[in-house]
Design a protein around this ligand. Structure first.
Ligand SMILES: NC(=O)c1ccc[n+]([C@@H]2O[C@H](COP(=O)([O-])OP(=O)(O)OC[C@H]3O[C@@H](n4cnc5c(N)ncnc54)[C@H](OP(=O)(O)O)[C@@H]3O)[C@@H](O)[C@H]2O)c1
Length: 338
């Protein structure tokens, strides 16, 4: 391994209060030192995900006191290792890293991560750009298919389905023989998914949407719905699915409270559940997690690929966020850290 000189200071993105992208600044900070079972990652790329937008306004599940460094996932190279056999194993490896746990967010030139879950080795064939997007959506799409197969579901419903995650779920669903009932909010998104081979795509803003959704859910016996939007759409899904079915809320893109008619819960035995990747992974155990990771790595060039629309230097993080928010369906935006 060639020796990489570690500088004394690094560039980081800092969120100074939970009031959105305006509260971000670029700062110089000392490069952190390493403890046992920790590695130093020279970060290459990090995406802007919906969970990062939620973090900026304090809406996400973690809310440490500010200032914090945001960034939920990224890719890079391990350039130094603290004491411990596992840490030495990672030295020189290209990795994907998470933004939770030790070291915090990855919108930073360098980040310290624990080898116990903070870094995952990348396949040699994967680019660092795809590697930066290889944890959150690929593992969530894999989890949705896993949950569906375990429940014996041959058809599932998905909202905000023209998202990067939605495309992954559609491709995995096609290969596993699971029908996806896609719900989007614009005609252009219907076209995008149809071009990808999806057969059922409904626009929630169409007149007659509720009836169409009800008909499709009954024809396809769709008893499991994954909802990224929340608000009144959740109640529309609950209405449409057959009795004794379930909606799993996994995001709140509308930022509205979930609406549910008590009538549907009481007399039709319809249920609302939730999904969050971190706790779901923790429940799977180390062996299954490693299998999921290996499989996801293999499928990233095909089923679990993300479209990358543009790459911005870390210094232009505010422009990058604004660009992403204006065109979320258009593909992912990456931050380049060096
Ligand atoms: N719970 C978990 O563990 C977990 C894990 C992974 C992902 N997720 C969630 O999965 C969703 C998709 O993530 P992604 O990275 O694939 O997103 P993405 O590629 O950035 O796309 C976001 C999509 O959401 C749509 N959207 C935004 N606001 C909406 C609203 N109010 N109503 C309907 N659609 C809306 C956008 O459509 P427009 O272009 O029309 O704005 C776009 O198609 C996100 O909500 C994310 O938080 C959750």
């Amino acid at each position: 391994m060639k020796r990489i000189k570690i500088p004394d200071t690094m560039t980081v993105v800092v969120l100074n209060s939970y009031s959105g992208a305006d509260a971000l600044s670029i700062e110089q900070r000392p490069v952190p030192t390493l403890g046992r079972n920790e590695v130093l990652v020279k970060v290459a790329f990090a995406p802007i995900n919906p969970s990062d937008l939620a973090t900026l306004t304090g809406y996400y599940g973690f809310k440490n006191p500010t200032p914090i460094v945001p960034g939920g996932e990224g890719s890079g190279e391990v350039i130094a290792a603290g004491p411990g056999v596992m840490a030495s194993y990672f030295l020189g490896k290209r990795v994907a890293c998470t933004g939770w746990g030790i070291g915090g967010g990855v919108w930073s030139e360098y980040v310290v991560k624990s080898v116990k879950g903070g870094v995952l080795p990348l396949n040699k064939s994967l680019s660092l750009e795809q590697g930066a997007l290889s944890i959150i959506n690929p593992l969530t799409a894999s989890a949705f298919i896993d949950i569906s197969k375990k429940g014996g579901h041959k058809s599932i419903l998905l909202t905000a389905a023209a998202s990067s995650l939605g495309k992954m779920v559609n491709r995995l669903g096609q290969s596993e023989g699971i029908q996806i009932v896609n719900v989007v909010r614009r005609d252009a998104q219907v076209d995008i998914l149809k071009a990808e081979g999806a057969s059922i795509v409904l626009n929630s803003n169409d007149e007659g949407f509720e009836q169409q959704l009800n008909d499709v859910c009954h024809e396809t016996n769709t008893r499991l719905a994954f909802d990224a939007v929340a608000g009144s759409l959740t109640n529309q899904l609950l209405k449409a699915i057959p009795n004794n079915s379930k909606v799993i809320v996994f995001s709140a893109l509308s930022r509205e409270a979930v609406k549910a008619s008590p009538k549907l819960l009481i007399f039709e035995n319809k249920r609302i559940d939730s999904f969050w990747l971190g706790p779901w992974i923790s429940k799977q155990g180390i062996l299954k997690t490693m299998l999921l990771w290996k499989r996801a790595q293999k499928l990233i060039p095909s089923h679990l690929k993300s479209d990358i629309r543009k790459i911005y230097p870390i210094q232009e993080v505010k422009e990058a966020i604004s660009d992403y928010k204006n065109k979320m369906t258009g593909g992912k935006i990456l931050l380049r850290m060096t």
